[in-house]
Design a protein around this ligand. Sequence first.
Ligand code: GLU
Length: 287
Amino acid sequence: MSLRDTIKDKKRIVIKVGSSSLQHKETGGLDYTKLDVLVREICNISNQGKDVVLVSSGAIAVGRRVMHISKEEQNAADNSVAVKQACAAIGQARLMMTYQKIFSEYNHTAAQILMTKNTIVDPLNRFNAHNTFSELLNMGVVPIVNENDTVATYEIKFGDNDTLSAIVAALIDADLLILLSDIDGLYSDDPHTNKDAKFISEVEELTDDIMNMGKKSTGSKVGTGGMTTKLQAAHIATKAGADMIIANADDMRIIHRIMDGRDIGTIFQASKDENFYLADYVAEMEY
Ligand code: GLU
């Protein structure tokens, strides 16, 4: 059986979408068509009896738009951290309201989980978070996760949702992590500048060569993640025992195509490491 054939049998899936995949590029406004298809795809996986968790970015970007603040204005402000955190508080609620509305149209319930590094590093917090995820998934609810940007400053920040989604996958023993972004997957070099860059469809092992490819590829300008953070996510997810796929969120119907086992995006094969201890890894992580 090929690696792609095993995707159909996955039981617990974490899907991560970046801010740039949820917005119209020209205006920064939410792309409701994309959101609708994303939610429909997730509800359809849930209807197959599988557990699904969505890690969604967009809090800060949505909040900025509500308050008519440009990214440049935000960054130039004397109190830019506070502005960012205020925007996250405004945007997260707005984003959840939109998700709740669409999920309910498909007769599904969504819940919100906001995390910081402490959620993983502190044993009691980790235990509680693990229990909450388990209970929500037992109830057939779709947890929607984001970093708690309103209170997280650099000491307790994951920094990007690529890493956060892999940490969530590890915490809840997911068997698949799908990172949806504005890139097709991993290339041997930056395809924008090198026309000979080769697309890599399957990665069996995260060798140094593969890790170095991340440094050459460009990422999005809207979210915080580039290819480097995606390979970091692959490191965490595969060691925790989950396969990971990077794919392009241009058309959200890509989700069921991936779940059908089609050769889409780049797949990283799980390689469970019994010595990988999530709390220690997160404690040592630098943002
Ligand atoms: N947590 C941030 C937000 O929701 C985004 C982080 C990221 O894009 O990686 O705005």
